[in-house]
Write a protein that binds this ligand. Sequence first.
Ligand code: HEM
Ligand code: HEM
Length: 155
Amino acid sequence: MIWSFKTRLIHWLIALPVLVNFILEGGETLHEVLGYVAFAVTIIRIVWGFMAKDQARFSAFPFSQIFKARRDYPGHNPQASWVYVCIWFLVGGLGVTGFMMGLDAYWGEEWLEDLHENLSNILLGLVVLHLLGIAFDAWKFRRKTWLGMITGKRE
Ligand code: HEM
Ligand code: HEM
């Protein structure tokens, strides 16, 4: 087991609302509710990163090995670890800018809407990179990498 049930549940409670929000126009109640769900679960994930006793713990992420590529990382590889940190920050930024758009003080501010849209485009790019990374890992190591976040095991 690489990814525990809790880690997988957290992954999908962030990923699914984000995916639906890419498709929605923005501004609908559903968009706002899903955005806040993704935001709240991201905060839970960050707390989990200090509490978990397995590979989900931040201290187990091999951040400093970014320029190396070794075969079997027990958890995330270094490149993926950085992508995930960026994803969490972007979801955080989308929650904050989304909330600000609803405040009287920022109502109709175009720069804020543009910022929200730009953050969501960068996030979409990283999600594509994430999926390409999983496909590459599966090809390079001949294993079912994607199953890691579904069944918890990738081989
Ligand atoms: C909006 C869509 C998605 C987002 C934002 C996203 C984000 C993330 C994040 C933040 C992590 C780190 C997990 C953690 O340490 O808690 C992760 C890991 C992972 N995700 Fe996703 N994900 C998305 C879609 C998917 C999809 C569609 C799959 C396909 C099954 C997938 C499979 C995985 C796998 C296998 C890992 C672990 C990779 C590894 O072994 O290092 N993700 N994802
Ligand atoms: C995971 C988080 C989120 C993602 C991926 C996301 C993504 C998007 C996207 C793609 C758009 C359309 C941009 C455009 O084409 O104009 C949009 C617009 C919008 N979003 Fe979000 N969003 C998120 C969270 C939130 C939250 C938490 C709120 C508010 C509570 C929010 C409020 C809005 C509003 C009001 C618009 C319309 C802005 C406008 O009039 O141009 N979003 N969002």
